[in-house]
Design a protein around this ligand. Structure first.
Ligand code: PLP
Length: 394
């Protein structure tokens, strides 16, 4: 189908300055991975986001994989996670030995709540994964962090969609033990399609993440007589609380890191622009009581995505109108993970998450890439009003 408005796979375009940064790094980075651009990116990230330690990685899923290793799951250990999220929020933990208990979201905010987390806690709960989904920082994130601490449970914040959002001046990714960020093609800023960060505040993790990231490379515990014998660095297992952890190679290249440093400068401006646009869309459609947006007009929300809950069992009708008649490529997102074959085969096919089901079964996600032109945005707004009237929404 030919769409007038595509659901683009690219969150934003690059400025001339950003292209120049890439070309410069292509030419002068030596080596092209694990060099000074990596260090600059991680420093710039920490300065922006307020974390003590940050490690660039090839993507956010790699950050979740390392986090899952650092959780040191034992037999019967459980994690609590929302079913309404992207798959890689969860499977790395299963891969590393955890069982999943699905927690429900709130129908209005579309994110996890403390009350729903509490319902899932057992004596085996080892970690809680919370997701600042759609670019909205979880309202109870402080309370969830306090609860986790009091109960000796690890807290992982999935900030893949919400970088730059904050609660009482504290940025998303500073509440838990681990925070992961994504610079995938779809995201708010993208380091050429792939990229991620794992941020931690505890030095015991920070000391070993470089080894887990880069093939277990570490220094020798003796002085080599000559630098070439043995060549390269030493390799070893990383040790945490007396346990040995296998290495990975999850490095991010220098060109991507150089670009990431540059893009952080523009993040607030892009978040602000998208939020203003989202609020305009929401307010212009506020006469339709059957279209329920989540309206947050401050920096708790960056509107990574623009989604609405459609009442009156009219979602599919509205969807067809928008797609086939208005040529706007809307989508339906975040199928509850327990409905996928992957999780069913793993034995996590059952969930008691009525809100997650209800939201997914009645939601629409509008195209909302940063680079959508004013003309296209105006068309989408007008066409959505028409479509809503035509299918009889109130
Ligand atoms: C995109 C995304 C991820 C994974 O990010 P990658 O960088 O593609 O690995 C994880 N969680 C959420 C919520 C995401 O949106």
């Amino acid at each position: 189908m030919d769409f007038k408005i595509n659901f683009s796979g690219t969150g934003h375009k690059y400025t001339k300055e950003e292209v120049d940064v890439v070309v410069k790094a292509m030419n002068d980075a030596d080596p092209l991975t694990q060099g000074r651009y990596r260090d600059e990116f991680e420093t710039a990230f920490c300065r922006y986001n307020g974390n003590r330690f940050a490690f660039s990685l090839c993507n956010a899923t790699a950050a979740l994989e390392i986090t899952a290793q650092l959780c040191l799951f034992k037999k019967d250990d459980e994690i609590i996670a929302p079913s309404h999220t992207f798959t890689s929020s969860v499977y790395p933990f299963v891969k590393n030995g955890a069982k999943v208990v699905w927690a429900d979201i709130d129908l209005n905010t579309r994110v996890i709540t403390l009350e729903n987390i509490k319902k899932c806690v057992t004596k085996n709960t080892k970690a809680i994964v919370v997701v600042h989904l759609y670019g909205f920082i979880i309202p109870e994130i402080s309370q969830i962090a306090d609860f986790a601490k009091q109960n000796n449970i690890l807290l992982i914040e999935d900030v893949a969609q919400a970088m730059g959002t904050q609660m009482n001046k504290k940025k998303a990714g500073n509440f838990g033990d681990f925070a992961i960020f994504s610079f995938h093609s779809h995201k708010n800023i993208t380091t050429l399609g792939e990229g991620g960060i794992l941020a931690v505040n505890d030095k015991k993790y920070a000391d070993i993440i470089p080894m887990l990231r880069h093939n277990g490379h570490c220094s020798f515990d003796y002085e080599r007589a000559v630098y070439w014998k043995p060549a390269m660095g030493n390799v070893d297992m990383a040790m945490l609380d007396g346990e040995n952890l296998m290495p990975n190679n999850y490095c991010l290249g220098e060109v991507e890191c150089a670009l990431g440093t540059k893009l952080i400068e523009r993040l607030d401006e892009m978040n602000e622009f998208k939020r203003k646009r989202a609020i305009k869309f929401i307010d212009e459609l506020s006469n339709f009581k059957d279209i329920v947006f989540h309206r947050i007009d401050d920096d708790r929300h960056n509107y990574h995505l623009l989604v609405a809950y459609i009442k009156a069992a009219k979602r599919d009708e509205l969807m067809k109108k928008l797609v086939y008649e208005k040529a706007i490529k809307c989508v339906v997102q975040y199928c509850p993970l327990n409905r996928y074959p992957l999780y069913q085969k793993l034995g996590f096919g059952k969930a008691n998450c009525p809100n997650s089901d209800e939201f997914f079964d009645n939601m629409i996600s509008f195209p909302f890439q940063y680079w959508m032109s004013d003309e296209d945005f105006t068309y989408m707004l007008k066409a959505t009003k028409e479509a809503a009237s035509e299918v009889g929404l109130n």
